[in-house]
Design a protein around this ligand. Sequence first.
Ligand code: PGA
Length: 255
Amino acid sequence: VLCYIFNMSSKILVANWKMNGSLDIFADYLKDLQKGYDFSNTQLIIAPPFPYLNFIKQKIVFESIVVAGQTAVLWNDGAKTGDINCRILKDVGCDFVILGHSECRINNTFNDGIASDTVKSALNNNLNIILCIGEEIVSERSDDVIIEQLMSGIGEIDKKYSKSIVIAYEPVWAIGTGITPTAEQILQKKQIIYAVLHSLGFIDTKIIYGGSVTPENAQYFITNAQIDGFIVGKACMKADSLKELLKYVDYATNL
Ligand code: PGA
């Protein structure tokens, strides 16, 4: 079983920088972020573009802040120009990898057909996983889509890894749009996800929410949808706004 790095009771926040940032921006960000905030209760996972991973890792002073790759391919080392695999992510200091983000599903660098093998390659390389699932549009098929994405990702995975996998429910229509589901809608999907996880014996798997999370709506979601944290794009890119989000996440951890 791979080393599980966070305290089971803590909520988590994933800062997904997507294709943004620079050396200067990340240097300032890490400095501002780590000033005047007590990270002892916080699990923060920063996912920058690949070339900045090691730079950020070197600047982290708190044990509870870790870095993640935004995606990875399933192959072992070899002739795959332009690709990054889980071994390389681990080597440059990642503890996590995000798999199945809708922006990777849309450009078809990730799909349900390769989900299971990619999850296995992450686990074999001692990476924890944030597996993103979510329907593109609200329809009668929404529930089936998330069940299919979940089963193709972890249906064949041994339950001993249940602590190493985080499920991120991200309805695609909520990502970057400013449109969010209600807490009731998230709860409904969470119940479906739970049912699948339990049927597989995954009892320790955290479920987080993503899609237009802001410091204004974070508290509403975390208290009313009882999720285990967030994956955040736009609102994670300013240290102040990220610290605001962390306050709500830490508050919920301590409830
Ligand atoms: P957003 O992105 O917070 O900008 O909606 C979330 C995500 O894509 O993970």
